[in-house]
Design a protein around this ligand. Structure first.
Ligand SMILES: Nc1ncnc2c1ncn2[C@@H]1O[C@H](COP(=O)(O)OP(=O)(O)OP(=O)(O)O)[C@@H](O)[C@H]1O
Ligand SMILES: [Mg+2]
Length: 311
């Protein structure tokens, strides 16, 4: 069985009902080796419920989970041997050091070398403090221990529920590097949940969007970006008045907003080069051109039908 090629994760029709609430409603998708899959959705969408069902922390009312080809209902131990994950607050011993906490976790997986433990401590950026008892640690540092615990046995499938919670910008950057290396260089499959699209954009190859318990879209990050047919761009210009004059009436430009020397305009990606050329030729210097991030947020809101649905 293990000789055949399987998706690292395959879930089919996962459904979990709490009272009258369908926290997960027939959710199905696959994740392959070597890819980072973002599980995106607003608060209460059902992300943690699906992740807990995959990791075996809760039993779904319906549906199947296959990890590395093993059905978790029939071959629980074999399935779980290929997965590492963190959900909400990982269990830790506060009086022990980061190293001890990681070692104890590693022991659950049998033979893990001291070198691997050093390596993982280093990868998550804890080497300076790994001997301190973790009760002295900040939230972000504890998050890093959780990540080290999840990765220590080099699972084929790594599942992290909102891993950027509590991390500072450096921590988020490091996390991104660690996960990209894990998937793209070492061939692992990574699933990361988040409600922050811009973070996912920098990290993920594919996304699954969940809202109200239902998976409403699975696509590559590029496809999601393309759905935004008319994008908005922000241009920092030397002369806003002149820019407005040069662009007014131009059919490639819509809805121009001006604030100081910042222009925010609707311009399709394929036209941005010619618009920049037009302005420069017309005597306007441009010191910055960037795509307006919020336009992707708008796509996300469109896809989720407005987004906020707490409870
Ligand atoms: N143990 C539980 N008992 C009752 N309802 C629950 C339970 N766990 C989750 N729910 C409900 O299921 C829905 C989905 O919750 P879930 O925690 O999966 O969302 P989430 O997408 O992880 O949200 P967040 O971004 O806030 O972490 C919510 O309506 C939540 O209130
Ligand atoms: Mg959650």
């Amino acid at each position: 069985m293990a000789e055949e090629k399987h998706a690292a994760l395959s879930i089919k029709n996962i459904t979990k009902i709490y009272g009258k609430k369908k926290a997960a409603d027939h959710v199905s998708f696959d994740i392959n080796e070597g890819e980072i899959f973002g599980f995106l959705g607003p608060n209460g969408a059902g992300k943690t419920t699906v992740i807990k069902s995959i990791l075996g922390f809760i039993f779904p009312d319906e549906g199947e989970v296959f990890i590395n080809g093993y059905d978790t209902k029939k071959h629980y131990e074999k399935a779980m041997a290929s997965v590492g994950g963190i959900v909400e607050n990982p269990e830790m011993y506060l009086n022990l050091s980061a190293r001890k906490n990681i070692e104890m976790y590693a022991r659950l997986h049998g033979n893990i070398s001291k070198e691997r433990i050093d390596e993982v401590i280093n990868e998550v950026g804890l080497s300076g403090r790994s001997k301190d008892p973790i009760k002295k640690y900040s939230l972000g540092m504890k998050q890093r221990i959780g990540l080290a615990q999840a990765m220590v046995h080099k699972p084929k499938l790594l599942i992290l529920d909102e891993p950027t919670n509590g991390l500072d910008p450096t921590g988020i950057h490091q996390l991104r590097d660690v996960l990209k290396k894990y998937a793209h260089e070492q061939g692992g499959a990574v699933m990361v949940s988040s409600h922050i699209l811009s973070e996912m954009q920098l990290l993920c190859d594919r996304v699954g969007i969940i809202n109200n318990g239902k998976l409403i879209k699975v696509c590559t990050m590029e496809e999601l970006e393309k759905m935004n047919s008319s994008s908005r761009y922000i241009l920092k210009v030397s002369d806003a008045q002149k820019t407005k004059e040069l662009l007014s009436g131009n059919e490639k430009v819509s809805e121009i907003e001006v604030k100081d020397n910042i222009i925010n305009a609707g311009i399709d990606e394929e036209n941005i080069a010619s618009i920049v050329r037009l302005l420069v030729t017309g005597g306007v210097d441009i010191s910055e051109v960037k795509k307006n991030e919020s336009s992707l947020e708008e796509v996300f809101l469109q896809v989720t039908g407005g987004g906020i649905n707490v409870g």
